[in-house]
Design a protein. Structure first.
Length: 56
């Protein structure tokens, strides 16, 4: 395997993981806040369970 190809493959793999996990890390707190808000407004235990599951 050529060194340049190996380096580009490694960079592509690390950037791919970074993009996915960075998006998840930015969106999950919003989902948690939304589900907590809905739980406080409605009292539905489903929303509380979602918040607890996402916080783990």
């Amino acid at each position: 395997m050529e060194d340049l190809f190996a380096a580009r493959s490694q960079l592509a793999l690390s950037l791919g993981f970074h993009i996915i996990f960075a998006c998840i890390g930015m969106v999950i707190p919003f989902f948690m806040a939304t589900s907590r808000y809905k739980y406080l407004k409605t009292g539905n235990l489903l929303y509380e369970d979602l918040t607890k599951a996402w916080s783990k």
